[in-house]
Design a protein around this ligand. Structure first.
Ligand code: ATP
Length: 136
């Protein structure tokens, strides 16, 4: 079956929302294959966010992601890549639909980076690439 990388980002971990987020993932029926707490260094984040290098939010994004640990999850299930992104909701927590993780728990802090609680890979290629970065 398909696998994806899910991150509970530093804001989610710091706010004590890891359990609530995992509960939604498990209730949906996806399988936890591996899970770990990671304090990523800059190099790991540069690899993970390579596509965003040069964008205005890139440096704040790396700073935010180094502000505390994230929970990295290797998640499996039928169409889990698309399915998790649906559970997460859209990037901007203000407009993410109610019922989604970002819609229900996400706040817009008015910062340079959207602190939007979770990350999910957006394609099979991204998932393979990102899983290798976080589960080496
Ligand atoms: P989605 O693909 O659903 O938008 P994502 O997490 O994959 O979510 P990316 O576009 O890959 O989003 O951006 C990575 C992260 O960078 C976002 O989750 C968010 O934290 C931050 N980000 C993205 N776009 C912006 C933006 N315009 N302003 C501030 N932060 C942003």
């Amino acid at each position: 079956t398909e696998q994806t990388l899910v991150l509970v980002k530093p804001d989610g971990v710091a706010r004590g929302l890891t359990g609530a987020i995992l509960a939604r993932i498990e209730a949906k029926g996806y399988s936890l294959v591996d899970i770990r707490l990671v304090d990523p260094d800059r190099e790991r984040l540069e690899q993970h966010y390579a596509e965003h290098e040069g964008k205005p939010f890139y440096e704040p994004l790396l700073e935010f992601m180094m502000s505390g640990p994230s929970v990295a999850i290797r998640l499996a299930g039928n169409r889990v890549i698309e399915g998790f992104r649906s559970l997460a909701g859209t990037t901007d927590p203000t407009t993410a639909a109610p019922g989604t993780i970002r819609g229900d728990f996400g706040r817009d802090w008015g910062l340079a980076v959207q602190q939007n609680l979770v990350h999910g890979s957006d394609s099979v290629e991204s998932a393979n690439r990102e899983l290798a970065i976080w589960f080496d």
